[in-house]
Design a binder for this molecule. Structure first.
Ligand code: SF4
Length: 63
């Protein structure tokens, strides 16, 4: 499964990073960096929490 980010919606607050730090990182410029665009083994629940927790609904999963 591939993680998608709508860059027009992301505001760089980093809630996703706090919920799934193996996958999401907000850099010093405030831009979201995907550390991987595929869901790592064992991380699906965390990624789903991050998607649900994103206040701007910028995240998604392509199955
Ligand atoms: S939680 Fe949403 S708005 Fe915040 S950095 Fe992550 S993708 Fe962007």
């Amino acid at each position: 499964m591939k993680i998608t980010v709508d860059r027009n919606k992301c505001t760089g607050l980093g809630i996703c990073e706090s919920l799934a730090p193996e996958v999401f990182e907000v850099n010093s410029a405030g831009d979201l960096v995907l550390l991987t665009d595929a869901v790592p083994d064992g991380c699906l629940a965390q990624v789903e929490e991050a998607i649900a927790g994103c206040p701007t609904e910028a995240l998604g999963l392509e199955r």
